[in-house]
Design a protein around this ligand. Structure first.
Ligand code: GLU
Length: 589
């Protein structure tokens, strides 16, 4: 969700460097964008609604600039509201990620002091606060620091000063500083966006502010103003590719990376899995937590922990953990799978748990995230960037990881790793099977024109059909509804009638018979059933054969559902990689 970028260096034209950075941040989701550069001691700004442009329009050549992709929260999607926002005297321009929660109080106090507002954004309040502080503060940096302290909520800002200084402060969405060749300096919301150009990175913590001036970097604690020694890390993502390759969409490329991401999970050391397994076994209460697709992954992990680990694990949805906040405390463990490691709803619960001395474990894809920093047990997905807003490969890696952690708790880590290697091979074969892909595509083209779709699942397949529902809703905007097979007769059976389509994924496990029972009931009401299973059943109107991989069959079953959602979105001619209204990393509440 939204992005910030900054560049200072002799090597590149700042306009191009910033535009390239914004393009690499596009996947996070945005509605408008802007670039600001300094030349001849003055700032020029170019702002637009819509997609990041290919050239910098009217901006002058420069070596210092900032950029922003906006996800509007306060004020309409217009050029005026897009960032960066100028100071009244154009001595600086500012871009902002987040929401100023005390905007009303700050605005009225500024208005009382005679400050006027041009845009509808909460961002402009920060600009005016800095202007007010600037009247007495000893420097612009000090005015920014003091103003930033007045903000409530999760906010990250970047300020470009007329004299070529760039100042950025973080108390919310991520902020990374990267150092490139010939003392080029990059600032960005994520490492991937500047990775090819930087040797080392500095991940800012909440409450830190950095000033970049003439190639010098200084870091301070926002609360105290005291300087902090920056700790640089080597950039391990230098060669990471963000290209689509020969695929039509990132989504398809990423679905095809499932075997790779499962193998990455297997590669992690046994010692780390065992340490987490010990922590889970001795915990007073075990929670898994996530939002959206990661919420389904967290629920699948809790299922595995209950089934294989014999642990009473409870899944939480990030934004719906309200009543748990009073329960979480010392002795508990919270386990969070997350693509970005920055999801605000989840972070809020983890931060609270951290202050109450609960143990935290995370499985994150984006390096340098807040969740990783908060964690006692830090796992990385190492899955490479996931560009499509809809998560596919990361979900697969999250549930594979959840399965392996549960197997470690069971004391069968080696068996778990063997099973995952096997499922990776089976998924690989499936994805290479042209007949299989054609069949999924045919079914997708048929189902894309339905008004409603129902998905039935149970046991290890329950969260899988739920995730299938999420993918279908996200990509094709078709109304989908996942029903626990056992609950069908308690309510959703009323909806079953001729012309109604039901999709189910089934494994050869103890609950198979009971799902088939539900299928039977659906059929009896005239609805038609598309079964994805190891073998045909007389009650399936349509059937897609998948291999039986036993304990890991749910991990395999999600692949045809992801493909189904993909081809449905393609059949409807939707913007597959960027569905309407949703953002990838939701860093605001
Ligand atoms: N709240 C700000 C706005 O609506 C910033 C949104 C963002 O993070 O992009 O302009």
């Amino acid at each position: 969700m939204c992005g910030i970028f900054g560049y200072a260096g002799e090597k590149r034209d700042a306009r191009e460097a910033v535009l390239e950075g914004l393009q690499r941040l596009e996947y996070r989701g945005y509605d408008s964008w802007g670039v600001g550069v300094v030349s001849d001691d003055s700032i020029s700004v170019d702002k637009h609604v819509g997609l990041v442009g290919k050239d910098a329009g009217t901006l002058p050549k420069s070596h210092i600039g900032i950029g922003h992709t906006r996800w509007a929260t306060h004020g309409k999607v217009t050029n005026e509201n897009a960032h960066p926002h100028y100071a009244s005297d154009k001595s600086f321009a500012l871009a902002h990620n987040g929401i100023v929660e005390n905007v009303a109080a700050l605005k009225s106090s500024l208005q009382k002091d005679g400050y006027a507002f041009i845009s509808e954004t909460d961002t402009e309040v920060i600009v005016r606060l800095i202007e007010r502080r600037r009247r007495t503060a000893k420097s612009l940096a000090e005015a920014i620091r003091l103003s930033f302290k007045e903000l409530e909520g999760r906010n990250t800002i970047i300020v470009l000063a007329r004299d070529g200084e760039i100042i950025a402060a973080r108390n919310g969405s991520p902020l990374v500083l990267g150092i490139g060749a010939k003392s080029e300096i990059y600032l960005s919301s994520d490492v991937f966006s500047c990775a090819p150009h930087v040797k080392s990175i500095l991940v800012l913590d909440n409450g830190e502010m950095v000033t970049v001036c003439d190639g010098e970097i200084s870091l301070v604690n926002i609360l105290t103003g005291k300087s902090i020694k920056p700790v640089y890390e080597k950039n391990l993502l230098k060669d990471v590719s963000v290209s689509k390759g020969s695929y039509d969409h990132y989504m398809l490329k990423e679905i095809n990376e499932a075997p790779f991401v499962i193998r990455q999970v297997v590669k992690e050391s046994d010692a780390k899995y065992r340490a987490l397994a010990r922590a889970i076994k001795k915990a007073r209460r075990v929670y898994t937590i996530g939002s959206g697709t990661a919420g389904a992954a967290a629920a699948q992990m809790a299922f595995y922990l209950r089934l294989y680990g014999g642990i009473e694990a409870k899944e939480l949805i990030g934004a719906e953990a309200y009543e748990y906040k009073s329960l979480i405390g010392k002795g508990d463990i919270l386990i969070a799978p997350s693509q970005s490691g920055e999801t605000a709803d989840v972070l809020e619960v983890l931060e609270l748990a951290h202050t109450r001395k609960a143990t935290i474990a995370s499985f994150v894809n984006m390096p340098g995230s807040m969740m990783t920093r908060l964690s006692d047990h830090k796992f990385m997905a190492n899955a490479g960037p996931e560009i499509c807003v809809m998560s596919t490969k990361i979900f697969v890696s999250q549930i594979a990881w959840g399965y392996l952690v549960a197997k470690a708790v069971e004391g069968k880590l080696a068996e778990g790793k063997r099973n995952l290697k096997k499922v990776a091979t089976e998924v690989e074969k499936l994805l290479a099977d042209k007949k299989f892909i054609r069949e999924v595509k045919d079914h997708a083209e048929r189902l894309a024109h339905k008004e409603h779709l129902y998905l039935l699942g149970k046991g290890q397949n329950l969260q899988i059909v739920r995730e299938g529902m999420v993918k279908i809703i996200e990509g094709s905007y078709v109304h989908a509804h996942a029903i626990p097979a056992g609950d069908l007769k308690h309510y959703a059976i009323t909806l079953m009638a001729p012309d109604v389509s039901v999709v189910t994924t089934i494994s050869n496990d103890e609950v198979c018979a009971s799902v088939l029972n539900a299928v039977h009931e659906v059929r009896a009401r005239g609805a038609s059933v598309f079964g994805i299973a190891p073998q045909m059943n007389e009650n399936f109107d349509d059937f897609l054969a998948v291999p039986d991989t036993g304990e890991t069959s749910a991990i395999l079953n999600v692949i045809p559902l992801q493909l189904l959602a993909y081809y449905m979105a393609v059949a409807l001619d939707h913007n597959v990689d960027k569905p309407r209204n949703i953002a990838k990393s939701v860093t605001v509440k």
